[in-house]
Design a binder for this molecule. Structure first.
Ligand code: PEP
Ligand code: MG
Length: 760
């Protein structure tokens, strides 16, 4: 059963558009369940429309429509549960549609198709016999519908976009304009980007390859032929090398590969596709996917496995195509980088002046790519799971980083609307820049330090120009990630010195290495089932004091003569970890003094980012000079919501009452010991949250450089008294969405809505 299900889902995922996907579903379900009819109804506004059927009259497709509240199909949707009837016509909700020719069918089983709590439609099977379907039939159909919901959404979006491409052409011919519908992702970094989608994909991932138009078709065919030729050479060489190891019959597989490579089925068809205008990699993807589909449909498991061989060949050809192609992407002005999983290094490939925004299918607001996007001041939409990535390369896109909406090939009306918002944004930014040299002081004279988060040397200049009072969090893992081995003490010292010198005499808070979780070092792989609950941050560096001691030596010796260093310890969950880390820091300090270095003992702080640290904030405060609340991880651990998982991202909100109360508790505990508290998670850069943090008595906020002007504006336009009133209202609200809504309304009323949405 599982095998059948897997094959149906695979086939649906390979469909080119919604129509094809639904067609596969009804055909497969009808034959696997051995029923007389299988149909799919999709919900369109307030009615259910027959979109595909195997068994009913094909002419009825698109014509049979049921308003909500009428008919059995809409009853399934309304209740969001299965309906299993021996004779549908006996039911009072039954409606007859003569055009469907369904009078001879009696047994009816309908199950809802639900995606992210939304009923998308209903999957129905019918039989001519008067009998209820079995429990097994019911559970099978529910399982199929649950698995297919995501694929249907995806196919719908792809179909929509293929349609849009045609419509764009039609528009050029002066035909009627379409109405753009947005695809929903998650807000990643504030701002609005409008530009050309450039799809980036990891090397040799065939499914991630986008379609792309080429001009010089003959040259493209030549490139493809050369790549195939290189693979032929490789396989021949491999076969020769294995001559003494593998018996003749096993090596025969290589001959099959060679035949396949040169066949019309792979090379010939790919060449035809290139002739139609697609580039070699995109044409190859289409061919390989088509073959995979055919193999997957085969009953024989041996033949089905051959799909893997086709994929392997595809990957080999692709590798050669990419080798030649990698450096040649010509990034247009206003590039919007799009990909399944955009990484920090992909971001770095685009010249900064050309990059307008980022859209990633995976990840969320607190993924490190989103953090980088904020540091660079560009809009980002994350978790765009319904975006058909390989169909949008080269199209115009709009990414709204405030709301998470994406418009592909938008209509003129939408373009005009966003152009206006972008202009307003720019004007607002200019206005905000004027605050640069003014203090972050409330109307009643309370000052709060605004600091920046950094981790890249390229950040330093914008950070300095932003008017920040120092660096509140320097993520040292970025210099570690860019290398192929651990950086030496001298290399680290050089980097830290540069940062401290640039900001001197303002403070620079260097955090000790915080890898693990979602931050991997290529040369120090960690394989774990639950990386966020595993070997992370201080846990790794205490287990490897040789790494920790070198880093702390580099930090303290770099501060010689500057004395503006603060050291921050990540992921402390237990007092003994802090004691051990402090012991090592003192050891390094003592050694440096013995060596005659003129260093002073830096202030040491601890990050509060694990629930256990919240409850021990008093004991921790006693031992250190300051606390810094890492709300990104604290939210993740308090709410048990993975910060990178788009599926649960709607549950991830640092304005959750539990997070707010945890922060209040930390502030109170630190106050007993007279220790300052800062917030360095993304929450600090969210204007509405910053207002609450001000009210709580947080001493400093550290954020991405691009968030700083907005937060400063909020602080300068409010009194602490008013902030406290707002906080007391917020404490009465019981859920994050309610709190966010209340704060958004409060901002609108105060004329500050432009800080939290597009426009001014
Ligand atoms: C945090 O967890 O809030 C934090 C600032 O650290 P990072 O995002 O690097 O985990
Ligand atoms: Mg953290």
């Amino acid at each position: 059963m599982l095998d059948i299900l897997r094959r149906i889902v695979q086939e649906v995922n390979l469909a080119n558009d919604l129509e094809q996907a639904l067609d596969v579903i009804v055909r497969r379900v009808k034959s696997v369940m051995n029923v007389d009819v299988a149909s799919v109804f999709l919900k369109n506004d307030d009615e259910y429309v027959l979109m595909a059927t195997d068994g009913l009259n094909q002419d009825a497709i698109g014509k049979v429509r049921m308003k909500e509240g009428v008919g059995l199909v809409s009853l399934v949707g309304q209740r969001a549960e299965a309906l299993n009837l021996a004779d549908a016509s006996e039911n009072p909700r039954f409606m007859r549609f003569p055009e469907a020719s369904e009078e001879k069918f009696h047994g009816f089983l309908g199950v809802p198709i639900i995606h992210h709590r939304n009923v998308l439609g209903v999957l129905v099977v019918q039989s001519s016999a008067i009998q209820k379907f079995s429990q097994d039939d019911e559970t099978f159909l529910i399982t199929v519908a649950a698995q297919l919901a995501g694929a249907i959404v995806h196919a719908e979006a792809s179909g929509g976009i293929s349609g849009l491409k045609q419509e764009t052409k039609a528009k050029k011919r002066g035909e009627k304009e379409h109405q753009s519908r947005p695809i929903h992702g998650l807000p990643g970094a504030p701002g609005v980007a409008m530009g050309t989608a450039i799809v980036m994909y990891p090397p040799a991932d065939i499914n991630a390859i986008p379609d792309r138009q080429v001009e010089d078709i003959e040259k493209e065919i030549q490139r493809f032929d050369q790549a195939v030729e290189s693979v032929v050479e490789d396989i021949k060489a491999l076969s020769a090398r294995l001559k003494d190891v593998l018996p003749e019959e096993d090596r025969a597989l290589f001959d099959v590969y060679l035949l396949m490579l040169n066949s019309q089925a792979i090379s010939g068809i790919t060449r035809d596709r290139i002739r139609e205008g697609n580039w070699a990699a995109g044409a190859l993807r289409q061919t390989i996917q088509e073959h995979e589909k055919v193999f997957h449909e085969m009953e024989d498991s041996y033949l089905r496995e051959r799909a893997d061989d086709v994929r392997d060949l595809g990957r080999r050809i692709l590798k050669y195509l990419q080798q030649e192609n990698r450096d040649k992407i010509d990034f247009p002005d206003n590039t919007v980088l799009v990909g399944e999983d955009i990484s920090a290094s992909m971001l770095a490939e685009v010249p900064a002046e050309k990059l307008a925004g980022v859209i990633s299918v995976r990840g969320s607001r607190t993924s490190h790519v989103a953090i980088l996007a904020r540091a660079m001041g560009i809009a980002a939409v994350m978790g765009a799971t319904d975006l058909p990535v390989n169909r949008i390369d080269g199209l115009q896109v709009v990414a709204d980083g405030y709301s998470g909406r994406i418009f592909v090939a938008p209509s003129e009306k939408i373009i005009d609307e966003f152009r206006r918002l972008i202009d307003e944004e720019a004007a607002l930014s200019d206005e905000l820049m004027e605050l640069r040299d003014l203090p972050a002081q409330t109307e009643d004279g309370i000052e709060i330090s605004l600091l920046v988060n950094s981790g890249l040397l390229s950040d330093i200049t914008p950070s300095l120009q932003s008017g920040a009072e120092g660096i509140g969090l320097y993520r040292t893992e970025f210099p570690f990630m860019e290398r192929t081995r651990f950086p030496s003490e001298e290399e680290q010292r050089g980097i830290y010195r540069q940062v401290m010198e640039s900001f001197h005499p303002r403070p620079v808070t260097l955090r000790t290495l915080d890898v693990g979780g979602d931050k991997a070092l290529p040369y120090f792989p960690i394989e774990e089932d639950n990386p966020f609950l595993g070997w992370r941050g201080i846990r790794i560096t205490l287990d490897h004091p040789e790494i920790f001691l070198v880093q702390v030596r580099a930090m303290i010796s770099a501060s010689e003569g500057l004395d503006n260093l603060k050291i921050l310890l990540p992921m402390i969950s237990d007092i003994t970890e802090l004691n051990d880390a402090l012991g090592l820091i003192h050891q390094v300090y003592g050694e440096l003094l013995e060596e005659g270095k003129q260093v002073v003992m830096p202030e040491v702080g601890v990050m509060i980012e694990v629930p256990s640290a919240v409850y021990q904030a008093g004991n921790l405060s006693r031992r250190v000079d300051f606390l810094s609340i890492g709300t990104n991880d604290l939210t993740q651990y308090l709410l048990a919501v993975d910060r990178n998982n788009a599926r649960v991202a709607s549950l991830y909100d640092s304005l959750h009452p539990a997070v707010i109360r945890a922060i209040l508790q930390v502030v109170e505990s630190a106050r007993v010991h007279n220790k300052p508290v800062s917030v360095c998670g993304e929450m600090a850069g969210d204007p509405v949250a910053a207002l609450l943090l001000l009210a709580m008595g947080i001493d400093s906020l550290s954020m991405s450089v691009s968030s700083l002007p907005r937060v400063k504006w909020v602080i300068r336009n409010v009194t602490r008294e008013r902030a406290r009133q707002i906080l007391s209202e917020v404490l009465l609200i019981e859920d994050a969405a309610g709190i966010r809504q209340y704060l958004a309304n409060t901002f609108e009323k105060a004329g500050m809505g432009g800080l939290v949405r597009a426009g001014n």
